[in-house]
Design a protein around this ligand. Structure first.
Ligand SMILES: Cc1cc2nc3c(=O)[nH]c(=O)nc-3n(C[C@H](O)[C@H](O)[C@H](O)COP(=O)(O)OP(=O)(O)OC[C@H]3O[C@@H](n4cnc5c(N)ncnc54)[C@H](O)[C@@H]3O)c2cc1C
Length: 492
């Protein structure tokens, strides 16, 4: 195991191999040629790259941020990220869970989740680029035609092209159904896209050769509200039938946001079709846009839950190291002894309390996230009732994980500053960035208020016979029954 400043590797291994027993997936044909050694080697590689390539440029990227040139309309991402992205792409991390035939590694979800925690703990902003690329590619994989898959998938999953998700507009934030972007049908079956999207992560940048935007828009004449929304594939540069780049597709970045945190992540306003030349192709069927986008949103929401976990993880790790090295005061039992030696602050009960509180949440969040990712894998390999149960667990736990882990991240990163004292509040130390970066996780991918509505309405009340809730209660009862035996046998 490699000593590192980001995550406790032993704790990661505990959840993966002792709790979830990920290596048991070997019994399914999809994972038959994989084993624990392979998973551990992948995690070792992720850690090494995260520390050496990503963490090493995180502070500088936070300081310089993303730049925008209003003359050329170009968006420049931090230089350090580019070298790191190249290595990340070459190692195959973009499509970790995808099949090798389309450029992936074919790994289980929980291993990908562990790697995601590791890279995100090195720099959240960095991971927004490959994260969005994978999410957009997965949409095309699940809903695209064979032609669309052949044109886009491999290039996106190998990191040659990037991806986004384009929902938000000035008057359509939480209320997505209020969007105004139009799709005008053309005789050749394509659509002219016209409208403006705001707050688009990785919406433009000088790293990818091309950027593929899944865009929510309303076909002219379709009904208002979410029911009338369709989804289109809109590339920055048109793609020729042989996969080569064609002409510019009239997608212009008209500005970027200057934000409290995630400075290295490009948050762009995108104008589609200001010159009437933006062509989009329908993804799936007309008026199925929200249903299709929900697939990407579910993955993205789990990704944001992981961001909450990762920021908490790295904040905790930094706080422990700092507390071991900062000498201040004497041990509480020696308070009246003028000769008493000074101690590291980790010796003080109140600092221990803060660290243990943080660690408790970090471990809980890690278990929840890995468990969710593991259930997503089980959906793929199981059949019948077992598959249905795994599906139910994923559906109900996603809003819980997204809101729970991100609300907690704001508290845990704040507590890390408390452990550092005044130094933690300064830009000379890393933890203030974690707190700034954590705030957005409560807001994007649907605010945490919207997650609560998703949980109570879509995932419970509107779910036929409240199946999801019944399964979750059953699993909780099983866990409590198991824990009862352990607690009574060992501690009572
Ligand atoms: C850095 C950043 C990156 C982003 N990346 C993307 C991206 O890549 N793609 C994309 O499409 N969007 C992106 N967004 C947009 C983000 O998803 C929205 O900001 C978010 O969904 C909230 O929308 P809003 O900002 O319009 O807030 P509003 O919808 O105006 O919400 C304001 C407040 O009202 C509450 N509220 C709103 N409606 C209800 C309701 N019906 N019931 C109860 N409470 C309600 C909200 O919970 C919130 O507290 C990004 C935003 C930021 C800041």
């Amino acid at each position: 195991m490699m000593r590192n400043p980001l995550v406790d590797q032993r704790d990661v291994q505990f959840v993966l191999f002792e709790l979830l027993k990920i290596d048991d997936l070997k019994k399914f044909p999809k994972f038959a040629d994989q084993d624990k050694d392979m998973y551990e080697a992948t995690i070792d590689l992720a850690l090494k790259m995260a520390v050496e390539e990503v963490y090493s440029v995180n502070k500088e990227a936070d300081k310089t941020g993303v730049k925008y040139d209003p003359e050329t309309k170009k968006v420049m991402i931090p230089e350090g990220y580019k070298a790191a992205l190249r290595k990340y792409n070459e190692a195959g991390f973009v499509g970790m869970i995808e099949d090798p035939e389309i450029g992936g590694m074919g790994m289980p979800g929980a291993i990908a989740m562990a790697c995601s925690e590791i890279f995100t703990s090195a720099s959240l902003s960095f991971t927004t680029y490959p994260g969005l690329s994978h999410g957009a590619a997965a949409l095309i994989k699940n809903f695209g035609t064979e032609e669309q898959k052949n044109l886009y998938l491999e290039k996106m999953l190998t990191g040659q092209w990037g991806g986004t998700m384009c929902l938000t507009e000035p008057e359509a934030g939480s209320d997505v159904g209020n969007l105004k972007t139009k799709a005008i049908p053309q005789p050749d079956g394509t659509y002219l896209i016209q409208g403006q999207k705001i707050f688009i992560t990785s919406g433009d940048n000088d790293f990818y050769e091309n950027i593929i935007h899944p865009v929510l828009a309303r076909i002219e004449g379709d009904p208002p509200g979410t029911k009338g929304i369709s989804i289109f594939i809109v590339p920055k540069y048109r793609v020729n039938p042989d996969g080569s780049l064609g002409e510019f597709n009239d997608v212009v970045c008209s500005g970027i946001e200057h934000k409290m945190g995630i400075h290295g992540s490009a948050t762009c306003t995108l104008n589609f079709g200001d010159n009437g030349k933006c062509i989009g192709r329908l993804l799936g069927q007309p008026r199925q846009g929200m249903k299709i986008m929900f697939h990407m949103m579910n993955e993205a929401r789990l990704g944001v839950a992981c961001q909450g976990l990762a920021l908490s993880t790295t904040a905790y790790m930094h706080a422990v190291t700092y507390a071991r090295n900062r000498i201040q005061g004497v041990h509480v039992t020696q308070m009246l002894n003028p000769e008493a030696p000074k101690v590291a602050i980790i010796e003080h009960p109140d600092v221990k309390r803060m660290l243990l509180w943080m660690k408790g949440y970090v471990e809980g969040m890690r278990m929840l996230n890995y468990y969710l990712a593991h259930n997503a894998t089980l959906i793929e390999v199981l059949d019948g009732d077992a598959k249905k149960e795994a599906q139910g667990m994923v559906e109900i736990l996603i809003p819980i994980a997204k809101a729970g882990c991100t609300d907690t991240a704001v508290l845990v990163t704040s507590e890390a500053i408390q452990v550092y004292g005044g130094y933690g509040y300064t830009a000379d130390y890393p933890v203030e960035q974690y707190m700034r970066d954590s705030k957005i996780t409560q807001i994007y991918e649907g605010t945490n208020g919207i997650q609560s509505m998703d949980l109570t309405m879509r995932k419970i009340l509107m779910n036929p016979e409240q199946y999801n809730y019944t399964i979750m209660k059953k699993r909780m009862a099983e866990t409590i029954a198991k824990a009862k035996g352990v607690v009574e046998d060992k501690y009572i």
